[in-house]
Design a protein around this ligand. Structure first.
Ligand SMILES: Cc1ncc(COP(=O)(O)O)c(C=O)c1O
Length: 399
């Protein structure tokens, strides 16, 4: 399992209006100090893996490298055979991720205790898969999901999969820091009320906290607001699995009352293996940047803002309808004013500038061409150099 995710289950207790939370954690959690761990000395999955790898088993299951006996020599020369001996499948003694009864269930229970959730599930295929699962668990086709427009592209793919309709919040931009701010409780309230005014209800609220740049939102107030209206709060905490484990860090989303939390424990920039020397090098680098950046002159007539132009976005189709619409390829110049048929996303940080169903603006195109000219990679687009863009064939596709 390459990573784990923490998810909390939304279950309002009708009798007292409280929310029954559940959480999920990953393999890192297995380092807990629970009495079971003390006794066994090794976490459940690790001891099960160790025992299985030490057996001299004749194996007829996948993976096809047969516990390393058929592994490519070019790789065993690099990493040896031992990693392959431990690269095992859902064999009975290792449990089944989709029907947990043994060491996976035990490990997930340990993780739930550590993170303080009522339930925890481990993920494979990245946090993306947890974000998609959380949105699909709460939103049916046509229902509304309140989310920040600068969310990770995984949330947009979840809109396509679920058929949920986005009700976007546009976080303020902090010019002094040159990064987007978090989502405020007032912005969430406004979004809920705007929907209510149209006779609609949000099926869920989705917040990214911390953001890719480390900005945390006030989740306590946001969760209180959501729960007062019985709306589940999902938090993409991909960059915050460490929160709540130190008094000087912000509380975790779970501690602040969120219902479903997805974490990337595999994403730690600093982790238990980070040595003092590496931290020192990081600090020196940041100090150097801080000292030199103030001396760099910004041209007064700068054509482009450094942040993606989100404030004039208008949607024509839902992301799902746009994804499945008939489409055509047009030149980048012709695309302006048309409805985007694809997701176009500079990477990193994986925040899409255009999503399927949005009208393509000149500002968005200028921004994208500018970041490409500065060397950014574009993901999602059929033509990553953007000489062409795929647009939807809609009757009135003029902005
Ligand atoms: C905020 C956020 N959410 C979700 C993801 C998706 O994570 P993964 O690449 O593990 O699927 C990322 C990836 O960088 C991210 O930054």
């Amino acid at each position: 399992m390459e990573q784990s995710t923490a998810v909390q289950e939304y279950g309002p207790d009708e009798s007292n209006g409280t929310v029954n939370t559940a959480s999920i954690t990953n393999n890192l959690v297995l380092c807990s100090n629970s009495p079971e761990h003390q006794k066994r000395s090794q976490p459940p999955l690790v001891s099960a893996l160790k025992a299985s790898a030490e057996e001299n088993a004749a194996s007829f299951h996948f993976p096809g490298h047969n516990r390393g006996h058929a592994a490519p020599a070019s790789l065993t020369r690099l990493i040896g055979i031992r990693p392959y001996a431990h690269d095992l499948s859902s064999i009975p003694e290792l449990d089944n991720l989709f029907c947990r009864q043994g060491p996976i269930l035990e490990a997930q229970k340990e993780a739930a205790k550590l993170f303080g959730s009522s339930e925890t599930w481990f993920l494979v295929n990245g946090t993306t898969c947890g974000v998609q699962a959380a949105i699909m668990a709460t939103c049916s086709p046509g229902e509304f999901l309140i989310l920040p427009r600068n969310c990770h592209l995984s949330a947009i793919s979840a809109l396509v999969l679920s058929g949920a309709v986005p009700k976007c919040i546009f976080p303020d931009y902090k010019n002094d820091w040159d990064i987007a701010a978090g989502v405020t409780p007032l912005q969430v309230l406004n979004a809920i009320q705007e929907l209510e005014f149209e006779g609609k209800k949000a099926a869920a609220v989705f917040i990214t906290s911390p953001t890719y740049h480390g900005v945390c939102s006030n989740l306590s107030d946001i969760s209180e607001l959501c729960h007062s209206r019985k709306i589940p709060l999902i938090v993409d905490e991909a960059h915050g699995a460490h929160l709540g484990f130190h008094s000087k860090l912000p509380s975790s989303a779970l501690q602040q009352g969120a219902d479903l939390i997805v974490q990337s424990t595999h994403k730690y920039a600093l982790n238990l293996g980070t040595c003092r020397d590496h931290v020192q090098r990081l600090i020196s680098g940041v100090k150097y940047l801080a000292a030199t950046s103030s001396t760099v002159q910004q041209p007064k007539d700068r054509l482009f803002t450094d942040h993606a132009p989100f404030d004039d976005i208008i949607m024509s189709l839902t992301p799902r309808d746009a994804f499945f619409a008939s489409k055509r390829k047009v030149t980048v110049k012709e695309s302006i004013g048309k409805v985007s048929g694809e997701l176009i996303c500079p990477f990193p940080p994986g925040i899409p500038v255009l999503i399927p169903g949005e009208f393509i603006t000149e500002r968005a195109v200028d921004y994208l061409l500018n970041v490409i000219s500065k060397g950014a990679d574009i993901s999602g687009a059929s033509d990553p150099l953007l000489s062409s863009i795929v647009v939807c064939n809609v009757v009135d596709d003029n902005y």
